[in-house]
Design a protein around this ligand. Sequence first.
Ligand code: NAD
Length: 498
Amino acid sequence: MRDIGHFIGGKAVAGTSGRHADVFEPMTGEVQARVALASKAELRAAVENAKAAQPAWAATNPQRRARVLMRFLDLVQREYDSLAELLAREHGKTIPDAKGDIQRGLEVVEFACGIPHLMKGEYTEGAGPGIDIYSMRQPLGVVAGITPFNFPAMIPMWKFGPAIACGNAFILKPSERDPGVPMRLAELMIEAGLPAGILNVVNGDKEAVDAILDDPDIKAVGFVGSSPIAQYIYHRAAGTGKRAQCFGGAKNHMIIMPDADMDQAVDALIGAGYGSAGERCMAISVAVPVGKATADKLVEKLIPRVESLKVGPSTDPSADFGPVVTQAALDRIKGYVDLGIKEGAKLVVDGRNFKLQGYENGFYMGGCLFDEVAPEMRIYKEEIFGPVLSVVRAKDYAEALRLPTEHEYGNGVAIFTRDGDAARDFAAKVDVGMVGINVPIPVPIAYYTFGGWKASGFGDLNQHGPDSIRFYTKTKTVTSRWPSGVKEGAEFVIPTMQ
Ligand code: NAD
């Protein structure tokens, strides 16, 4: 069995707290590793190490910092297959999907390679007599990222790529459920030429997180995970004066208009609802067909597709999705299916009793499909985070627009239609952060920003894209005057540009 410690000062180190968590292999249900859970003192040691290394890294010119990231991109390519397998075995998603997880992270690192350009400031010549104004972006110092289990490659890279490119030192606290890939990524960053201490990985649970939130030398915290923890982290980080961007859970709707291409919509729902066993923050968990005829046709086409989904071990290249992450997650998801039946929703495909021969202890379930789900039900209001799709029938477009707009969460939403006017109106009015038009999972590409609204995101700057550079830097503005001729006396009135 592997023992996973921490990665501090450019090397793997053993944990000293005496506390550990089991890392499962979801496809077999077996414990495959033990991960150390850091104490407050271990976190502090990682911060001190990062703090000592950061000034020299900030003073390294941005082109050289970018070159480290360029080499890292190559090294990850070299190890793509082994990283994807490690990821799939710890998380449960299939290997092709694990490759997508890595790729979406790399794309943000590619974006961060543009740091010499991205960090340029502003300059105004002659803002007043003899006065020039310029601004510069400077790194914050030591910053931290706390990441979820469901994208163990992508989300750490979304955070450490831009942060390190900007000249910060980064403390990563990955999910304790699948820490293997983040640890390997840190090793590859060192191999790429990153100085020791600029990327430290501290494994742990609430104790390590609270130590991050209370540490006076950590200047910013980026979090991704469930909404209650996102809100907790936002609150506590603000209490110690840190910048915080905290992204939470989701309940993503897909509206199917009567004029939509029904086969295209069904394909989209199957992939976006059940891919990665529904354990994606941008998964579609609510289908909203508009009008009875659309709803009847949609459900009729969905049922055989959900029934024929192929659930398999993570290493089976022909599987549509693999197991969920833990037994606790499986119990929670099945509990929501039981609840939906009690609440009066119609379970038209029941995947609760699915068993995979040869993998009886794995955390598997089949796809579930609910029809006639109502907005008052808990299975509509709460995030299930599993392979369960709910159909909520809307009588018209106005009701379909209202459902995601009034929902507590506001991460992603999609509309399927051939009507440009409806699509345009929907994109303008819906109260959700990321919108897809005939695109079921509208995760913006790396040079745009990613962020949900309402209970899906706390803080004002999004992840990746230009916002990530703003989040990981502070702006200093310099007003300079080099007077010529007669020098003026003291000025007591606030200077203006009148
Ligand atoms: P989680 O909230 O359980 O854990 C996220 C991180 O917080 C982990 O590193 C964990 O160790 C830490 N943590 C857990 N409990 C804590 C506590 N009580 N105090 C302090 N820290 C704690 O989330 P998860 O189950 O790992 O991930 C799934 C969730 O993440 C889903 O809700 C999903 O929608 C969300 N998610 C959101 C986005 C997004 O961009 N909005 C992206 C991916 C996942």
